[in-house]
Design a protein around this ligand. Structure first.
Ligand SMILES: [Cu+2]
Length: 486
């Protein structure tokens, strides 16, 4: 099942220097977002996004799966040079390793690949045929179709990357095939600095897929927090288990979150500004604890140029190959964090679509840490965008309101959102479903200025799917999307 569309080294070299704007072939999205691409899809293709275009919150480059790094398996919808409000977060983030293991009596195991693009439906497809500037809610893949009662079958002929712009998030989608599987990969970039690298496992034909099996995807996050900034320094990797301590890793390690009830998560922070990202398993990820095949939930390794995988020997990941976990020091090194997300695909339900992926949430230590500079649990839990002039709870509210993204999101039962308004006014917080129908009013009342209000959303009696939380004030309006996964 191998195929020949491999990137040349020269092509990848080109991809890495395309961050500068003003290419001859720039396109402008309806929103004002720009991207560049070669005029046809046969040449190496990359895109650049500034969102929003006039005063970018997020800027990054992306590479379609077909051209992604990590020959010969590829690494999905790859993102490069990711900046939040001008501060570097990632040098590169992608999914170089993906595999499947069947129950005894099933179909054995497979090492899959992430460079075969499969057709899907999108609006706003550009003349070059490989980028789509899609109206929100119009991008559908086999995963959506199977969730809606379909039985396999792709939803369209578009191959490439579709971008949807919502009020508070930008979403990039691609759709891939490996044998009878269909993999949907999405990057959600939120205005408040969060990122959800969503990965979904589905199928187009039922060979084997009605036998019980376990899907695993291994993300590779090459953080380079604040690199190039005066405050930027060494990146440090932590494991945090609330109630049981905080560990900084000074050597390469592979780890597991242990008992899901422990709430273990990982964090990468810049040693200078002490800002960074938490990596928190989604509820779905926690359903499939580590076993002898999946081997690990996380690895922290030293960056090695061009070393994107584990040499693809056998189905299971091999963390000791290819200079992954080999005991090297992480002190004053460029660090790379790997993270496993996975799903159990139950027997007798070949058309299941499982949605996984961690939430990456920014935190900023604004000086409340311990005197010795070591972080506290509270610091890791204090959400704030990674920027030196980050707003604090007592600070100004430039847009007249703040509606924070839901935590957790995605969620399986309940979640919460926080909001506040700059001026006292009547405010309603209303939940809408994917078709725009009002589901329920979550909050309604005269709301005082500047104080945060917390609203709980109970999804226990709602079907799985994407919902929109809308803040409707007298003078302000905003929204944020939530995804219920049961
Ligand atoms: Cu499956």
């Amino acid at each position: 099942m191998r195929h020949a569309l491999l990137c040349s080294i020269a092509a990848l070299g080109l991809l890495l220097i395309t961050a500068a704007p003003a290419h001859a072939q720039d396109f402008t999205f309806s929103s004002g977002t720009t991207y560049n691409a070669t005029a046809n899809c046969s040449a190496p293709v990359t895109g650049h996004v500034d969102w929003p275009a006039d005063n970018p919150i997020w800027s990054f480059d992306y590479v379609r799966p077909r051209e992604s790094s990590n020959s010969p398996d590829g690494s999905g919808l790859e993102i490069l040079n990711v900046y939040y409000r001008g501060f570097l977060v990632f040098k590169r983030a992608h999914t170089p390793i993906i595999n499947v293991e069947y129950d005894p009596g099933g179909c054995g195991c497979f090492r899959d690949w992430n460079d075969s693009e499969a057709g899907f439906a999108a609006t706003g497809i550009r003349a070059n045929g490989c980028f789509a500037d899609s109206s929100p809610g119009t991008v559908t893949t086999t995963c959506e179709s199977n969730q809606a009662g379909g039985s396999g079958g792709d939803t369209g002929n578009f191959r490439g990357v579709a971008i949807e712009e919502y009020d508070d998030e930008l979403v990039l989608t691609t759709h891939m095939s490996a044998g009878w599987y269909r993999y949907r990969m999405r990057w959600h970039f939120y205005r408040d600095g969060r990122i959800w690298p969503e990965y979904s496992f589905s199928a187009a034909t039922a060979t084997c897929t009605d036998e019980g099996h376990r899907h695993h995807v291994y993300y590779r996050f090459d953080f380079d927090l604040l690199e190039g900034q005066a405050a930027g320094g060494e990146d440090q990797v932590y494991e945090i288990t609330p109630g049981n301590g905080i560990t900084r890793f000074t050597q390469e390690v592979q780890r597991t979150w242990g008992d899901p009830a422990d709430g273990t998560f990982w964090a990468v922070r810049d040693a200078g500004l002490r800002a960074g990202y938490r990596i928190t398993p989604s509820p779905e990820d926690l359903l499939l604890p580590v076993d002898s095949f999946s081997k690990l939930d996380m690895m922290a390794v030293k960056y090695v140029p061009g070393d994107f995988g584990d040499d693809s020997v056998g189905c299971a990941i091999n963390p000791t190959r290819s200079q992954l976990v080999s005991g090297e020091s992480l002190v004053n090194q460029d660090v790379v964090v790997w993270y496993r997300a996975s799903a159990f695909h139950e027997a007798g339900n070949p058309w299941e679509c499982d949605i996984v992926g961690p939430t990456l949430e920014p935190f900023l230590n604004d000086g409340r840490g311990r005197a010795d500079g070591e972080p506290t649990l509270e610091e890791f839990m204090t959400n704030s965008p990674i920027r030196a002039d980050a707003r604090t709870e007592g600070g100004a509210i430039p847009d007249g309101f703040e509606l924070e993204g839901a935590r957790p999101n995605p969620f399986d039962a309940t979640t919460t959102v926080r909001f506040r308004v700059a001026d006292a006014q009547q405010v309603a917080i209303v939940l809408y479903d994917a078709l725009g129908r009002r589901v329920q009013t979550l909050y309604e009342g005269m709301t005082e200025a500047e104080a945060f209000q917390t609203v709980q959303i109970d999804g226990t009696s709602l079907p799985s799917g994407t919902y929109t939380v809308v803040l409707e004030g007298t003078t302000v309006r905003g929204s944020t999307r939530i995804v219920l996964v049961k």
